[in-house]
Structures are given as C-alpha cells and as structure tokens.
Design a binder for this molecule. Structure first.
Ligand code: ZN
Ligand code: ZN
Length: 335
C-alpha cells in the first residue's frame, strides 16, 4: 500500500499549497517509482491504473476510496479530481469562423458521417447544400458575418435541448471564462476509476455517460447529440482538438485528433505502439488510433480493445470524426 501513502502526500499537498512547490517534482518521482515497482507484471491481461500518468498541473486531488463496481462487487477506486483545463495548452479555440471568408487556421472543426471537417467560412456558406436543406443560413447575406453565440446568455440558450427559435441558424460557442474565475482553469470534475480494472463477461454500451478522462485533465464525453444540434440549425463548433465548452462539463472532447494535431498529446511507445492519452471509466487505458507508422491495429474487439504482454487489455481511439472514442466498456465501471 505504498501508493496510498504517496497519494495521501499529494492530496495533503494540494490541500495545503504553501510550501508545496519545492516538493512537487519529488512527489511526482515518488509516485512514478512506486507505480513502476508495483505494476511490473501484467496479470491476466490486467494492468492497474497508473496515477502518475495524469499531468500534475491538471490535478486538484487524487485519492484511493472504497467503491462499488457495476457488477456489485466492493472494490477500490481512484477518486481523481481534475481542474478541467487541458494541461498541455494555454488557450482554447478557435471554434466558430467569424465570417464566410475565415480560413481553417482561424476556425475550428465540425464532424459528420465519420469525417472531420474544417469549419471554415466556405464550409458554413455551403451548409444548405451539404445538408440538402435550404433553411440553413448561418451567416448574414449582406456582411458575410457568421451568427455566433457570443454571450453567456446566447450560448446557454443555444445548447439547451429545446433551442429557442431565435437561436436557430447560429454557430454555437461558449467561452470557458463564463464558468471559472481565473484564466487557465476549467470546470473541475471528479472521476471514480477502478484501481485494478475488472473485465466484464459481456461489454456494456456507452450511452450518456462519460467515457473517461484524459491525462491532461479533460473530460472524454459521450457522443455529441448531433441530430438535435442539426435539427435546430445549429453547429456546436469544436476546436481543432475536437473539444468545446458547455455549462455543465466545461471544456470536453468528442474525439481524439492525433492526425493533424497532437491532442491530447501522446508519446508513441518504445516499440512504436500507439501512445496512451486517457483512462476510460473502467480503468483501461485509451491509446491513439494509429501506431507510429500510421497503421491501425488489426485485432481490435467491438469495444476497440485488445491485449498484449506489455500493456495488458487496452483500447485504441476511434477516428477523429467518428463522434466516439471506444465502442463499449469491456470492464466494470464504478457505480
Ligand atoms: Zn459537447
Ligand atoms: Zn494496442
């Protein structure tokens, strides 16, 4: 139970910040050393969660707690509280294009049918053709300016399930500053993740629950409700990392973009295997879709997982435009 005492140290450090700065590195090293000694062996294809993978500046606290798994078994979970702002970035966005002239560099993304698109001015001008519906008119015909929800009131009215008619034909974006006091902070959330994952007999569908949490502190959200969004003639713009802000979750991801971006950041493993960037709620790691040579694994199961001797059971993310990360939970989640 060496991990427990180290984590306890981290927690008390985060509670009593004074005097902690000097010891941050040594705490990180201690956590890593501890984990390396305790998690050397892959037993029955299960590797315990490694708390040192979380970026220290994304964490508010991490502690071990009693928990009950979805099969009813009593277990031990990490209670991980993150501040919700991506630890590997300084700012979010851009999301919506300002005008029909805006190029990809100054705009975010939208996805449909498994494809990730640059949400450029010309993409926005073409929506009525793209969706075969002449009611799409996201911009002012005279000025070319795109209708953007640029106040907290407007963004919250436009992200509700029953979007007010006055916010039809808006590109929706919410600023993270509506939901926190300080720059570089997000909306904090706590995740309960089994310390030692437990494989289920039959996989569990992911519907409206969180999929997991990235090591950089960002929520991996359930699928975006694209039908509801589009039926209100809105586009819930993502940034290039396939993330956006809502009032409840703050900044959250709807996909992993390791293709033309590096978000969330990964390091390929020594053998060229895809790098891990998140834990799913069942405690299995999620790795990048592709390996260092740009190839996808060929033996993935319906949950997009597989096992090997080094890594045990783990997932590989779906394509950046697929509105999902993994196919299902192969393991028990905490209730
Ligand atoms: Zn969302
Ligand atoms: Zn793999």
């Amino acid at each position: 139970m060496q991990i427990k005492s180290i984590i306890g140290l981290m927690v008390s450090c985060s509670l009593f910040l004074a005097g902690c700065d000097d010891s941050t590195d040594s705490i990180a090293d201690a956590v890593i050393d501890t984990v390396e000694t305790e998690v050397e062996d892959v037993i029955d294809n299960i590797v315990a969660v490694d708390p040192s993978l979380f970026a220290l500046n994304s964490l508010e606290s991490i502690e071990m707690v009693d928990c009950t798994l979805s099969n009813g078994d009593a277990s031990t979970c990490y209670s991980v509280t993150v501040n919700g702002f991506p630890a590997d970035r300084n700012e979010l966005g851009p999301f919506c294009p300002e005008s029909t002239e805006t190029t990809a560099e100054d705009a975010g993304k939208w996805f449909d049918g498994g494809v990730l698109y640059d949400l450029t001015g010309s993409f926005v001008s073409n929506l009525s053709v793209f969706y075969g519906d002449s009611k799409w008119q996201l911009y002012d015909k005279d000025t070319g300016l795109v209708n953007i929800t640029d106040t907290q009131l407007a963004c919250e009215a436009a992200v509700r399930p029953d979007v007010a008619a006055e916010y039809n034909n808006f590109c929706v974006q919410c600023d993270i500053s509506y939901y926190n006091e300080a720059a570089g902070e997000g909306v904090s959330s706590t995740y309960l993740i089994p310390v030692t994952p437990v494989l289920r007999d039959t996989p569990e569908d992911i519907e409206h629950t969180d999929v997991g949490v990235a090591f950089n502190g960002v929520n991996l959200a359930a699928a975006a409700p694209t039908q509801a969004i589009l039926s209100a003639y809105t586009i819930a713009a993502f940034d290039d990392c396939i993330g956006h802000v809502n009032p409840v979750a703050g900044y959250h991801y709807h996909g992993a973009n390791h293709g033309d971006g590096t978000c969330p950041a990964i390091d390929y493993e020594n053998d060229g295997h895809g790098g891990a960037f998140a834990y799913a709620m069942d405690g299995f790691a999620i790795h990048s879709m592709l390996n260092q040579s740009g190839e996808e694994e060929t033996d993935l199961d319906e949950c997009r997982g597989h096992s090997d001797d080094n890594r045990g059971y783990h997932y590989h993310a779906a394509g950046a435009g697929e509105n999902t990360f993994i196919g299902c939970f192969a393991g028990e989640v905490a209730r």
